[in-house]
Design a protein around this ligand. Structure first.
Ligand SMILES: [Zn+2]
Length: 65
């Protein structure tokens, strides 16, 4: 079974989960912050890179908060 690395959208913790479908991963609660929102690390890094590139540096801290 294919394993995907996902990242918690709140605290950034990562874990490996098995792929259930193309667009859905179920990683449950984050062990660190109990948040349940996850994004694929590969997907996320690409999006974040684009966002950071298009944003002025002073706004980065808003994104991280
Ligand atoms: Zn978390």
């Amino acid at each position: 079974m294919e394993m995907l690395k996902v990242e918690c959208l709140r605290c950034g913790d990562t874990r490996d989960v098995s792929a259930r479908s193309d667009d859905h991963v179920d990683a449950g609660e984050c062990e660190r912050c109990e948040y349940v929102g996850w994004a694929l690390v590969a997907d996320l890094t690409e999006k974040i890179r684009r966002v950071l590139r298009e944003r002025p540096p002073e706004r980065r801290r808003l994104y991280a908060a």
